[in-house]
Design a protein around this ligand. Sequence first.
Ligand code: AMP
Ligand code: TRP
Length: 330
Amino acid sequence: MTVNGKRKVFSGVQPTGNMHIGTYLGAFRNWVKLQHEYEAIYCVVDLHALTVPVDPAELHRNRIEAVKVLLAVGIDPDKSLVYMQSQVPQHAELAWILGTMTPTGVLNRMTQFKEKSARAGANLGLYSYPVLMAADILLHRADLVPVGDDQRQHLEMTRDVAERFNNRYGEVFPLPEALIPETAARVMSLTDPRAKMSKSDPNPRSAILMLDTADDIRKKIKGAVTDSEPTVAHDWDAKPGISNLLELMSAATGRPVDALVGEYAATGYGVFKEAVAEAVIELAAPIKARYGGLDDKEVAVLLEKGADDARSSAERHQAEVRAAVGLDGV
Ligand code: AMP
Ligand code: TRP
């Protein structure tokens, strides 16, 4: 959908604390870039965060922290609309309507649901999580959705439900496209390079947090699980740990993986890991510095305005959906 000649970008992040470098490289970095070319809307999806048990005081804190991280990575509130999902009730309303046209067979196939329910047990919110995500995107008629690789399946489902809606009720939703980076779209855990780096991993050494100190970063990368064969090479099957570090360094420095392999193939893992650590420190330092300078009160003011703007735009769009399905007026 084009507004004032600009296409729309939308994305969301759960306020679950422990924002890590995977979130930054997989998603936020593109959010920052796209805000210059698109009408940009970025949402802290706090209703999604309720799908696993969470302490209310912690959730409250994490919501503000998430917004501060967004500002620290370079989201500019003059360019992007930033708000909390729960402040805009149209998300939940549209999710209900889309839920009525989402086959349970489709939801049963969602990898993230299968993984999370195996770990934490299933609930209806977790099951319908992708429907609320589809509603987030379609509510704003987004064209482009910058996310990490783990969201690919949810984006495909979003397009399918949009198509189903359009076929039944007329062309209301543009079909959104996922934007997934070429390198570091799936940053892996440092302690288990066959698993995704994740906020919910209980091992603090598995993830580099965006607010880690330089020393933490050095220690974590030094201790990253690799293999016992000492040649630096990119091979996800045989050398997942080293491949992960190569992609991290490539994404942090902008240098191609091949060039890094050429430089470090014969230096041994120690020297290579030090170089990776320094590259990541350089990437994270300005973010951490900007975060430290942010004030909670200013963030609250910004969020109030964000919620107002998001609600009025969401209401305009949602009126169109209500009319399409026959829920307008009395
Ligand atoms: P979440 O924190 O789960 O709400 O994720 C926020 C964004 O970061 C989503 O677009 C994810 O796809 C992305 N993301 C999360 N973890 C990773 C990872 N390990 N590697 C790359 N992208 C990630
Ligand atoms: N499911 C996404 C994640 O875990 C977060 C999310 C919710 C989202 N709604 C969204 C991402 C809409 C993009 C667009 O990362």
